[in-house]
Design a protein around this ligand. Sequence first.
Ligand code: CA
Length: 227
Amino acid sequence: MHILLVEDEQKIADFICEGLRARNFTVTHCADGHRGYEAASQNVFDVIILDIMLPGRDGLDVLRSLRQAGIDTPVILLTARNELGDRVQGLEMGADDYLAKPFYVEELNARIQAVLRRHGGTPRHLVRVGSLELDCINRTLCCQEQTTELSSREFSLLEYLMRSPGQVLTRGQLLEHVWGYDFDPCTNVVDVCIKRIRRKIDSLDSAGKMAGVIESVRGTGYRLSPR
Ligand code: CA
């Protein structure tokens, strides 16, 4: 779970980072609004914790720009006790919740869990199909509580298949999406990469339940079984 914290007061930032990391969150911290916006618009986070009073751009301005750019990552605003007007405005502008300072990390954690539940529970950087779970930040594949790392080609190919379960993807589509080829180079790179991915899935799957999850479609390409 990856959290972006945008907070200028070092003491508060340290306290939040420490508390959330102790709960196994990955936390990226930015100390001003400009950097916060940049980070939020260029990376995928599960939740953004956004202070309102910030140097550079204030939190509401950052929030407005994010929503206008179509970025709908859940946002929890941090406010001072006396900023009631800002909170209301923030919620109207698309914040998911707010928390008044000072607060306990337990409260913040509860708010984070609540906004994630409202957003459907599955963190945005995870793609799940059956018992396969792909982590798009760490480029790892998890199955039956075992995890393995993927090379960038393996990751890209498997992500493509997992985002279209049940659909046949042709060699041409895979070559273009993963290797950037718009022609058939007459090599078997796709098949070799599929073979490596299957081997990795097998290595995670001691019970043998996932055998055949990537189906070969003769003469065409591959399909991920949606089971
Ligand atoms: Ca502040």
